[in-house]
Design a protein around this ligand. Structure first.
Ligand code: HEM
Length: 480
């Protein structure tokens, strides 16, 4: 048995070498600039394992191009550092640049039917249609009361245990989406479903991290048996698969149960069940749709809220100016609500600046080309993974002077009104652009306005009452 396996592995390795060599021998078309690939490995040793967004800015300087190319083990990668190319390539050519790379581990975990990672095609279009129906700007006021309730809970938690501000922001972000999707009232930081979902979300960054699992580069490795040395990814995948199925089914069954019994809070799952006679196949469609939106909305808004607190602590004057505008426009007898949003341009500018200064997904989410293409005289092969470097675009000095500075005023005209730079790049590009962006914008804005109206965020003090300098650490994964 072991002898047979060794032969099998040897054959697979030889075939791999053969494929890689033959790929390298195919006539080289003109590619965008990038580091020189090594035989067999390509740029596997050049591609950064973390903080790619910073490394790609350095590449841009070295290769004098905002369009960069690399490859690793036969996989081509295109990095786009400028908004101009992102618009041209990911939006104007969206028909062929809206795929997603299907990593073997994603399939093993059972995520392949969830919107953010699913292949471009008919089923994906159906997902987007439903999401658009329920998350488009015009219908969002349906969720005002949920956001109000959750935002008030956030304020109470911040008042009681300010040290746990990061947890509170995470619960707020998750609670809004859980209530909307499943009618589940998530109030406590120890909620069992929240903790279960957190386990999946926290581990998911590992799945997507470049180089963390060899099976993602060499799909044939998935056929290696569990007991084989180095095959620990099997156990990892099956455990994560179990957790994922739990995260998909438990809240859905809860919402379905409430709907059938005619009790509980309104939910999107309830609406779908009411609108359609859902058969077994449709039911899987909606289960996957809901958990995909849940996973995507779970932590993203909280990342921005945490960045907001960081910015406010560093910039007391911004906070003061925002508080003055709130007092001037709505007084101090009530908290701001979403109807006040258009009357508070400085707060709007803070929202735009937080998402520019600390975009939660600095490299967006990878797209994949579904056809060979010639772009800007370069040949971009079918199957190329495309990384839109949002970090680089939000630091383009020709648009944002002193880009590392947090300065909401950059979005204001001299009379204090908003300028027309309202494209928030943090939500991505083209047909895969975030379908939850309006909800994210509203739920972020509401929590921000109420937090600023209620609290003062400042550095901690030592025994003498002096400021303690902050030690800030952002995670360096796909989602920061
Ligand atoms: C500040 C908050 C958020 C940010 C910065 C954000 C950002 C993003 C980005 C960059 C993408 C990938 C876009 C691309 O491929 O070009 C994405 C996709 C997605 N987002 Fe968001 N998002 C946020 C909140 C939400 C929320 C609250 C939801 C809830 C419904 C959501 C649902 C999704 C879904 C379902 C996708 C996958 C779309 C697809 O692949 O077709 N997001 N988001």
């Amino acid at each position: 048995m072991t002898g047979y396996l060794s032969v099998l592995i040897a054959i697979l390795l030889l075939s791999l070498v053969f494929v890689l060599i033959s790929r390298q021998r195919t006539p080289q078309h003109l590619r965008p600039p990038g580091p020189r690939p090594l035989p067999l490995f390509g740029n596997a040793f050049h591609i950064p394992k973390s903080r790619g967004w910073l490394a790609f800015i350095k590449w841009e300087k070295v290769y004098q191009s905002s369009l960069l190319f690399a490859s690793a083990f036969g996989q081509s990668i295109l990095v786009i550092n400028s908004l101009e190319h992102a618009t041209e390539f990911l939006e104007n050519r969206a028909q062929t640049t809206s795929g997603r790379p299907m990593l073997p581990l994603i399939k093993m975990i059972g995520w392949e039917e969830q919107t953010p990672v699913m292949q471009y095609g008919e089923r994906w279009r159906k997902h987007r249609k439903v999401l658009h129906q329920h998350l488009r700007k015009e219908v969002l006021d349906r969720y005002d009361s949920v956001m109000m309730q959750k935002s008030h809970e956030l304020l109470c938690k911040l008042a009681n245990t300010p040290v746990q501000f990061m947890d509170h922001c995470r619960v707020y972000s998750a609670a809004v989406i859980m209530d909307i999707l499943y009618g589940y009232d998530l109030a406590s930081n120890d909620d069992h479903w929240f903790l279960r979902a957190k386990r999946v979300i926290d581990t998911s960054s590992l799945v997507l991290a470049p180089g963390a699992f060899a099976v993602n580069n060499f799909p044939f490795l998935r056929h290696i048996p569990r007991w084989f040395p180095g095959a620990g990814f099997h156990d990892f995948a099956s455990q994560l698969r179990d957790f994922t199925m739990e995260m998909r089914d438990l809240p859905y069954d809860f919402a379905k149960g409430s709907f059938l019994k005619g009790i509980g809070r309104a939910s999107l799952v309830g609406t779908w069940l009411q609108e359609e006679a859902i058969g077994r196949e449709d039911e899987m469609f909606y289960r996957d749709l809901a958990v995909g939106a849940f996973g995507a909305g779970f932590d993203t808004t909280s990342s921005s809220l945490t960045a907001l607190i960081h910015a406010l602590v560093l910039h007391p004057k911004v906070q003061q100016k925002a508080q003055e505008q709130i007092t001037q426009v709505i007084g101090s007898r009530r908290l701001p609500n979403l109807q006040d949003r258009r009357h508070l341009p400085f707060l709007e500018a803070i929202y735009r600046e937080v998402l520019r200064w600390r975009p939660p997904l600095p490299l967006g989410f990878p797209h994949q080309t579904t056809k060979d293409d010639i772009y800007n005289r370069y040949h971009i092969p079918e199957g190329t993974v495309v990384l839109a470097n949002i970090w680089a675009m939000t630091r383009d000095e020709s648009i944002y002077t002193d880009p590392e500075e947090f300065r909401p005023e950059r979005y204001l005209c001299s009379d204090g009104s908003l300028n027309d730079d309202d494209r928030v790049l943090a939500y991505g590009f083209g047909r895969r652009i975030c379908p939850g962006k309006f909800l994210a914008s509203e739920s972020f804005w509401l929590a921000m306005a109420q937090m600023i109206a209620t609290f003062e965020f400042s550095k901690p003090k030592d025994q003498n009452g002096d400021d303690v300098e902050l030690e800030v650490h952002y995670t360096d994964e796909v989602l920061r």
